[in-house]
Design a protein around this ligand. Structure first.
Ligand SMILES: [Zn+2]
Length: 323
């Protein structure tokens, strides 16, 4: 058994126990808030692909920006990200990792309550290039089932490959499942620094050159959590406009993976009931049962060698989830 998210146990309990719901009453936005310029409704029936890897679809005009956040939820950082977005009455898309959703389903519901779009980023953030197509399919489908059940309603049929490592077979699978694939246009590289100023300067510099784009952040990264208030203010000051992606139709799930996801959520609920003071804690064991159904590879829950080498004791989780 391996423990994930060994990050700031005390923070998780404290923030979860004491923090009130994030307010929305400031919306509609005032003159200094970004707001949402427009909603782009995405028809996913043909499995469209967006971002620099594909250049097949582009829904953005110059000056338009889509905010995306991967790898969460991770409460100590997801929460300030949500607060910063709420302060600007603006909306983003969160590409959620299934097992993170099981660990903190309340936070997934908070994404939705605040009006954000929820897509999927696999079950365990595996690199789908390095596993068999059968296991990769499990990563995708269990991700959809887990996040949907954590949320309590269907998610968007939006998917982003971990590490942007797409594969031909999984691209075909996603298109057959009528799921849109989102790569990125601009990378905050927030995983490389703990300095919010570095994230801020990189995003604004890249945006000045590209003029528009889908921006990648991670709501498990402290640099993004701290950078976002000033970054959003700067986007507003420089006249950028936020586009909110929404799906034309909801995602569907497969019953065999719903069963596994429900089992994981039930197991989490039992753990919470047995240890009420730890109900918002930031640790969650990887179930051996998931590995057996149908054979999610053990290597999928390991940090990458590079991440392990960087910070083996305290920070592998956030460093492992680079994309
Ligand atoms: Zn990722």
């Amino acid at each position: 058994m391996r423990i994930i998210k060994p990050v700031c146990l005390a923070c998780g309990v404290l923030i979860g126990a004491l923090a009130p719901a994030i307010a929305q009453e400031a919306c509609p936005p005032g003159p200094n808030a970004l707001g949402v310029s427009r909603v782009a409704e995405i028809d996913t029936s043909s499995g469209p692909r967006f971002g620099f890897q594909y250049k097949e679809q582009d829904v953005l005009a110059d000056g338009e920006v889509v905010l995306t956040f991967d790898d969460g939820p991770l409460r100590p950082y997801s929460r300030p990200v949500l607060e910063a977005l709420a302060a600007h009455c603006t909306k983003a898309t969160f590409f959620v990792v299934g097992r993170m959703a099981v660990a903190d389903p309340e936070m997934v519901r908070e994404y939705a309550r605040l009006g954000h779009t929820i897509g999927i980023h696999t079950w365990s953030h595996a690199n789908l290039h390095s596993i068999t197509p059968l296991k990769a399919r499990t990563e995708i489908e269990l991700g959809f089932s887990a996040v949907q059940q954590a949320l309590g309603k269907p998610v968007a049929p939006f998917f982003r490959f971990p590490y942007l490592a797409d594969t031909k077979s999984m691209t075909t699978h996603l298109q057959e499942r009528h799921v849109a694939i989102f790569s990125i246009d601009l990378d905050s590289k927030d995983f490389r620094t703990r300095d919010p100023g570095t994230v801020h300067r990189r995003v604004m510099g890249d945006l000045a050159r590209a003029k528009k784009g889908i921006i990648l952040f991670h709501d498990i990264q402290p640099s993004t959590a701290r950078a976002l208030p000033s970054l959003l203010a700067d986007l507003k000051a420089k006249g950028y406009r936020i586009v909110h992606l929404q799906p034309k139709a909801e995602a569907t799930t497969m019953p065999e993976f719903d069963v596994v996801a429900q089992r994981e959520l039930d197991r989490r609920r039992a753990t919470v009931a047995a240890q009420p003071l730890a109900q918002r804690s930031m640790t969650w064991p990887i179930s051996t049962g998931v590995s057996a159904e149908p054979a999610v590879a053990k290597e999928q829950v390991r940090p990458t060698p590079r991440a392990s080498a960087r910070n083996p004791k305290t920070d592998w989780f956030s460093n492992a989830f680079k994309w």
